[in-house]
Design a protein around this ligand. Sequence first.
Ligand SMILES: C[S@@+](CC[C@H](N)C(=O)[O-])C[C@H]1O[C@@H](n2cnc3c(N)ncnc32)[C@H](O)[C@@H]1O
Length: 201
Amino acid sequence: MTENDSGFVGSIPEIYDTYLVPLIFEAYANDLAERTAALSPKAVLETAAGSGVLARALAPRLAPDARYFVTDLNQAMLDHATSRQGPDGRITWQQADALDLPFDKATFDAVLCQFGVMFFPDRVAGYAEARRVLKPGGSLIFNVWDKIETNEFADVVTQAAATVFPDDPPRFIARTPHGYHNFELIQDELILAGVSRSPWK
Ligand SMILES: C[S@@+](CC[C@H](N)C(=O)[O-])C[C@H]1O[C@@H](n2cnc3c(N)ncnc32)[C@H](O)[C@@H]1O
């Protein structure tokens, strides 16, 4: 990952939410929302929430007395997310680095992160921070992409871009979103962070 890989700013939130979210993120947001709702959590934190696709899927499934903190490193992504979500007194939108969360320990029943951990400069630190703010027995629920060769859309886009820029082919998609798919590595990093086993798949 390079420093710029985490810069979801400028025109990116609008383009991201309009074109990429319906195409490749929405179905997974519905999946994470279902898994989360099944736990009936009362206090939920989402990190790297982006333009809010998971919040839009999950909020209707949470209890009326639930609290849902929706956070992202980039305020521009959250601004777009809030513009898409109807008023909801249970939700707090807050800029936050997932590696340095502004919350007390043992605050949340669930910490969620959809396609975000691959952007963390130190994933063990990110997992440990999620663990710190989780109540004992709470759940860390996240997803990552598999390798780019198994994702036709990302692979075709990357190959097409390489034909246009043969001297400097863009490698962002392969490097970062699709760069963290080794299950053993993910498992090892979770263990290093002190996250204990539930079903890890
Ligand atoms: C691929 S987007 C995923 C967004 C959203 N979860 C979704 O499913 O559409 C990755 C997000 O991670 C955020 N991000 C990157 N580094 C972060 C960090 N250290 N802490 C919190 N968010 C971060 C970016 O701002 C961006 O919104």
